[in-house]
Design a protein around this ligand. Structure first.
Ligand code: ATP
Ligand code: MG
Length: 352
């Protein structure tokens, strides 16, 4: 029997709408081969909709997504629309309502892609940054006093809960156990003396339940340096919301092009849909030209298949990505080629 998955497609703005159709083409090829089908519902939720109708999505938007098995998003962002509109009008409501507390960002330096980092030998770097996506440093607690005076001050609180750190630690240890069995925890307990020691204690506590995983912790400053000097040493890296945000962008830069990097906002319990999206934004500078690199969206679609229970199909995609980059000179402009999005996608589908 063929399993059907209901997918919400949110192309968004700019190149978001150019990279989702290639992802869908690839998904359809794999469905035939691996015996599943996908049915799609498309939503025009975007900054363009915000400019037209005053909201990124309709008032019952979250209800429309709730019964879907996954959400595939292109990118949102439009010149003149501030980032907080797309963040608070769409992305954060989806992440919070659907308890997507894991932000997953795999990083690989593929053969055939130039990394700006000398230590990043092609083929050797293969890691995942697990970012805590729901609490930590990004809290709304705090405020400003005495504005405009010499005594002006601002306070911003970070909130870490036992439940929140425990669940991200468990996710990261389990992921490491399924990979190469190594976990690094990002900390700063020498300088941040309340929340970070708590984070460290809870990571150590959860380590006891995963004896097969070798783990250590690194101060965030030293860890950032090692991402650049020796990225091949890492397997899974777990980090708080702020540290994970910084590390995952750093790691994506090490990998060579932001056009390749994928991400997942996961609800591991699967009681709500998870959301998959390329790391890049709407790229207004190249939007409408048909030259965007679709690999970030296609790799995100692979992560979606993995989450939906089709790891072999997901691996077919990542193998095809590795192969097109290593063996073919068809590539988009961001990787030094001349292929359009459509030409590149056709070649990738041939390789599949
Ligand atoms: P947003 O506000 O939506 O985040 P942005 O311009 O700030 O948009 P990106 O959209 O990520 O950020 O673009 C950063 C740079 O990377 C731009 O020069 C863009 O053209 C380039 N870029 C991003 N994604 C791709 C892609 N898929 N293919 C090719 N180039 C890309
Ligand atoms: Mg941006």
């Amino acid at each position: 029997m063929t399993t059907n998955h209901r997918i919400a497609l949110i192309p968004g703005d700019g190149i978001g709408a150019e990279v989702l159709p290639p992802a869908r083409q690839v998904l359809d090829v794999l469905g035939h081969r691996h015996g599943f089908s996908l049915s799609y519902t498309s939503y025009d939720w975007s900054c363009e909709r915000y400019l037209r109708e005053g909201a990124m999505m309709p008032a019952d938007g979250l209800d429309q997504l709730r019964d879907k098995d996954a959400i595939l998003l292109g990118a949102v962002g439009y010149p003149g629309v501030p980032d907080h509109v797309s963040l608070w009008g769409l992305l954060i409501p989806i992440r919070r309502s659907f308890r997507q507390y894991v932000n997953l960002r795999p990083i690989r330096v593929f053969e055939g892609v130039d990394s700006p980092v000398r230590g990043a030998r092609p083929g050797a770097v293969d890691m995942v940054v697990v970012r805590e996506n729901a609490e930590g440093e990004y809290s709304a607690i705090g405020g400003r006093l005495n504005q405009g005076t010499a005594e002006e001050l601002a306070v911003q609180e970070a909130v870490f809960t036992r439940a929140g750190v425990t669940r991200i630690a468990d996710y990261a240890f389990s992921l490491a156990a399924r990979r190469r069995g190594r976990l690094t925890s990002a900390t700063k307990s020498n300088g941040i003396i309340h929340t970070m020691p708590f984070w460290d204690e809870l990571i150590a506590e959860r380590a006891a339940g995963h004896p097969g995983v070798t783990w250590d912790q690194e101060l965030i400053d030293a860890l950032a340096a090692k991402f650049v000097l020796d990225p091949a040493r890492f397997d899974v890296v777990v980090a708080s919301n702020l540290f994970g945000d910084i590390l995952s962008d750093l790691a994506a830069a090490v990998a060579g092009s932001i056009g390749i990097a994928p991400s997942a906002n996961l609800n591991p319990e699967r009681d709500f849909p998870s959301m998959f999206e390329p790391v890049h934004g709407s790229a207004p500078d190249i939007a409408g030209k048909g030259i965007a690199n679709p690999l970030g969206a296609i790799w995100s679609a692979a992560m979606m298949l993995d989450h939906l229970g089709h790891p072999a199909a997901a691996k077919d995609i990542t193998d095809a990505i590795a192969s097109i980059l290593a063996k073919s000179d068809t590539r988009t402009r961001d990787l030094g080629g001349t292929a359009t999005t459509a030409e590149f996608t056709d070649r990738l589908i041939e390789l599949l």
